[in-house]
Write a protein of this length. Sequence first.
Length: 242
Amino acid sequence: MVLMWRKIKNLLWSIRNGCDFALRSRVKWNRAIPTETPVSPVDQRLQEEFKQFLGLFNWQPVIKVLRPFSVLTVADIGARNFAFAPILDEHFKAIGLQAIIHGIEMDAYRRLINFHTRADYGHYYAKSIASGQYHPIDFLTWNQPLQIGFLLNPFVTREALLAWGLPLSLLKPEKIFHHAYSLLRPQNGVLVLSNIDEHEIEISYQIAKDVGFVIGERATWFPQTGAPPTALPRYGTILYAS
């Protein structure tokens, strides 16, 4: 009985999320954000956490793989508002690689409390770096070859997807990992993965291995900016499409 009720609850939740998603995907009214607008405290905290995340890894093996490319094509897959664009730009400059950085977000027209959308901020952050582009599209429709992708906290469970206001029809982790692999494999590229708990990372690892990725360096970390002392560890992994 409990299991049946949970299924019904998730179905109703998914229907509601689907209606909301369909509506906001059709209302694409944009309001440009001035370039001098300061970064919000929330984005500042997330950017600082992302710097910590990037600092977990030994990037020399990745640099060795990517060095043959004069200019990298980089994708933040599921970029939300693309707040990580300037951090990625700084990171690739610091390790001596030139990159064009793309933010790809399917739910780009989610409207925030100030009535701006994720896409508004996505274009704002794209303009803040030398070579950045924001794409309000489904990653599964993206067909440009990649040298490196970032898949940060992908949806691999129903509960996470529903909690973020999306319908169950968009739960496609196998297709997303497979598509990422197909874009990276011809370049012997790299996928940087993060997960928020052990259950999700186990699911992600299984899917990644099934589609052909080789698991490289793994890291565990606790965010140090604004996270409560009881915060659970997060997990990062370098995956090689080779």
